[in-house]
Design a protein around this ligand. Structure first.
Ligand SMILES: Cc1cc2nc3c(=O)[nH]c(=O)nc-3n(C[C@H](O)[C@H](O)[C@H](O)COP(=O)(O)OP(=O)(O)OC[C@H]3O[C@@H](n4cnc5c(N)ncnc54)[C@H](O)[C@@H]3O)c2cc1C
Length: 368
């Protein structure tokens, strides 16, 4: 499979990526979706609250209908769970090609196209569509490598029977802990969950705090580590990747500091340290963006950087297109020699329709 030279490599299996895949499939372009999550639509299942209704919202001034009707949410809103179930059936029915648990890392230009570098090896394509959304989880900054640390909870039962470390001070970390404590309680597992945060206080809303309190009162074994900082990613003598987290530090007058640290197998660790926009990834890929100056941008604030895209969503890196939430709420559109800020609401509608225009542009370029 990896030796295949695809017409289109699609990064991210959300509404934008899957619409791109479906249109490629329909028009006979070879393609592959590379999704970092356990399943398609991981971005949505991670960020929507349980039971949230999905609306087929359309910006007021948008003249076009949903260009991929098959992936459009129904007019009468349904819960996120039913929309996800419908999309999963659709992907299976159409036999769309998706590889999950693949983390996109970089793109290299080759003489005969582009090579996409991922956590699971390299893939070759003529064109690359970046549809990885706007919520890019922050990486832990430690000395060494911490890539094996999970950034979200896909299956709480995985943490039953082991001492788990959750890093982060907000609602997401608290929610992850609640789910793990619940799974442990149901399995009669008394191993603790360590909750580490670099500050001295957690920042959790009342409702989440109440749910966490309930789990603790029902027997949840939780150990709080405040003022704790992840320091080192290392491989131990037995070849296990471990994360060393410093829990306190005593400065000595002789300059030799004393500290306590805990070392967890990385597969026991979940880091919920927030997300960032995709600008750092665009920088890494040498995709150009420009900073908004006073009076130029109406949507972005002064100093914010916006990616430069052609009218058909091609970036300044030839053959690399960017669509969907990754370019919301606005981007800089290059059109006939002029550049202006283009509004781009972060909606399923825009993600789907971007895919349509990009596939049309790619078809024209590849003559398919
Ligand atoms: C709480 C909430 C409610 C919303 N409700 C609505 C609504 O009712 N109606 C509506 O129209 N819009 C709604 N939206 C917005 C809508 O969900 C987004 O506009 C849409 O999901 C964007 O689609 P996308 O494909 O661009 O990105 P995403 O849906 O974010 O998909 C991106 C995918 O890329 C994957 N990915 C990320 N990084 C990598 C990587 N390095 N390698 C490989 N894969 C990667 C992610 O796991 C994800 O599956 C809502 C958003 C939120 C947060």
């Amino acid at each position: 499979m990896k030796n295949t030279h695809y017409d289109v490599l699609i990064i991210g299996g959300g509404p934008a990526g899957l619409s791109t895949a479906y249109l490629c499939h329909k028009h006979g372009l070879s393609y592959l979706v590379l999704e970092s999550g356990k399943a398609i639509f991981q971005g949505i299942s991670n960020s929507y609250p349980e039971g949230k209704l999905v609306y087929a919202s359309k910006p007021k001034d948008a003249p076009m209908p949903f260009m991929v009707d098959e992936l459009r949410p129904p007019d009468k809103p349904v819960t996120v769970e039913s929309y996800l179930q419908y999309v999963q059936h659709f992907v299976q029915h159409e036999n769309l090609l998706v590889q999950t648990e693949v983390d996109f890392e970089d793109i290299k230009d080759e003489r005969d196209g582009l090579t996409v570098i991922t956590s699971k090896g390299n893939f070759k394509g003529k064109k690359v569509v970046l549809s990885f959304g706007s919520n890019i989880p922050r990486e832990l900054t430690v000395y060494g490598d911490a890539k094996m640390v999970a950034k979200n909870l896909d299956d709480a039962s995985k943490y039953v029977g082991i001492k788990t470390l959750v890093i982060g001070g907000g609602n997401t970390a608290a929610d992850v802990i609640i789910n793990i404590l619940k799974a442990k309680r149901e399995a009669d597992d008394t191993h603790p969950v360590f909750w580490a945060h670099k500050a001295e206080k957690f920042d959790v809303n009342k409702e989440t705090a109440q749910r966490l309190g309930e789990e603790i009162l029902l027997g949840g074994n939780i150990r709080l580590l405040l003022g704790a900082t992840p320091r080192i990613g290392e491989v131990d003598d037995e070849g296990v990747d471990r994360l060393v987290i410093r829990i306190n530090e005593f400065k000595q007058p002789d300059g030799i500091d004393l500290y306590h640290a805990l070392s967890f197998p990385m597969q026991n660790v979940i880091a919920c340290i927030g997300s960032q926009g995709p600008v750092p990834i665009f920088d890494k890929l040498h995709i150009q963006s420009i900073a908004c100056t006073a009076g130029v941008c109406k949507i972005a604030k002064e100093g914010e950087r916006l990616i430069l895209l052609s009218a058909d969503f091609e970036s300044t890196r030839k053959g690399v297109y960017v669509i969907g939430g990754a370019i919301s709420p606005s981007y800089m559109k290059i059109n006939e020699g002029s550049i202006s800020e283009e509004r781009h609401p972060n909606l399923i509608y825009t993600a789907i329709n971007d895919a349509y225009y990009v596939v049309e542009a790619i078809r024209a370029k590849l003559g398919v």
